[in-house]
Design a protein around this ligand. Structure first.
Ligand code: FES
Length: 342
């Protein structure tokens, strides 16, 4: 290929023409013809859609009421069945409250609000004019939603939106009372027997063989009618036996164990999961939630993970019949660290 006299390579003319053809091929096809919906032409269909939207907002209101019912009126009687029922009502209530509003708004927009297609040219931003245009758009949207003409939809939407945040707000009740009071005392006290969880059978020191581990609760816990779950959540203990020579008690704790048998709170000091794994060979206790690891031979000092204090130890001894008993309550609050531990 040779050059033209103006310096443009030969053949570029053909390329330019081909480019033009490409542009023509992709010309803006414009908007498709507008298709009317049933509700646009049939007033009865519009009325039906309006009722459907109102029903969906009504579903949201029912969902919120369901949440309140589950939260305030289901009495937890320490059975798993009531706990499950309450959780189900809270979950379903929240889901219906949110879904009702969401689907109602979507259905409203799809069936009743104007659906004409709009195209807008890009233009330079001019603050004042843009602001006025934006205000006009908002006014138009309010006008087009028909919210002023459809009081049924407006009122049910207002009701649903007004009620929907309340489940989140009432949940703040669960932040109290301050853990300073709730976590400082458990059911353990001087002379209370250590019993197996969940059977409640007492444990003799001779039952605890080297390397074994027991999940333990205080005697009498199973007889509680009120607050059993809360008490159990604080008082659960892990009981293990080591060779006494492997224990390294600090000053003042020398008599907190019995013949190598030690008891520690099972509630992780990170965020409170049950520390349930005992590695017999290494004498490590492991929290399955975030892998905090506590060394039994060093008074459950944290050797790995996010927990930042040892598991509290329960001082134990035996009674006249050889059963393991607590010497006292824990000497510090159990569970996660908090701002008023003191
Ligand atoms: S709760 Fe135990 S490590 Fe996080």
């Amino acid at each position: 290929m040779g050059d033209h006299s103006d310096g443009i390579p030969a053949g570029s003319d053909a390329v330019a023409k081909a480019g033009l053809n490409e542009v023509e091929k992709f010309q803006d096809p414009g908007l498709p013809p507008h298709r009317l919906r049933l509700a646009d032409t049939d007033p009865r269909a519009a009325k039906r859609a309006e009722r459907q939207v109102a029903i969906l907002f009504g579903v949201s209101v029912v969902g919120t009421l369901l949440f309140f019912f589950g939260y305030f009126f289901i009495r937890l009687d320490d059975t798993i069945a009531t706990l499950r029922l309450q959780n189900m009502l809270l979950g379903l209530g929240t889901a219906f409250a949110m879904l009702g509003i969401g689907t109602g708004i979507v259905h409203w927009a799809r069936a009743l609000m104007p659906d004409h297609e709009v195209s807008e040219e890009r233009h330079e931003l001019r603050s004042e004019a843009d602001r006025e245009a934006a205000v006009k758009i908002v006014d138009d949207i309010v006008e087009e939603t028909g919210i002023k003409r459809r009081p049924l939809i407006r009122n049910t939407l207002l009701g649903a939106v007004a009620l929907a945040p309340f489940p989140a707000i009432v949940m703040f009740r669960d932040l109290g009372p301050l853990p300073a009071n709730a976590l400082k005392h458990t059911m353990w006290d001087k002379g209370i027997r250590l019993v197996r969880d969940p059977t409640g059978t007492p444990i003799k020191a001779s039952d605890v063989t080297l390397g074994s581990a027991f999940h333990v609760i205080p005697d009498g816990l199973n007889d509680l009618h009120e607050g059993k779950l809360e008490e159990k959540a604080k008082a659960v203990v892990l009981l293990m036996r080591l060779d006494p020579s492997q224990l390294n008690p600090s000053k003042g704790r020398e008599d907190w164990s019995y013949n190598g048998i030690v008891a520690y709170s099972k509630i992780c000091t990170h965020v409170g999961c049950p520390v349930a794994l005992y590695e017999q060979q290494t004498h490590h206790l492991l929290c399955p939630c975030h892998q905090s690891t506590f060394d039994l031979t060093q008074e459950c000092k944290v050797i790995f993970g996010p927990a930042n204090r040892p598991l509290p130890q329960l001082p134990i001894s035996i009674d006249s019949e050889g059963y393991l008993v607590a010497q006292s309550d824990f000497h510090e609050p159990v569970g996660p660290s908090f701002w008023e531990r003191g």
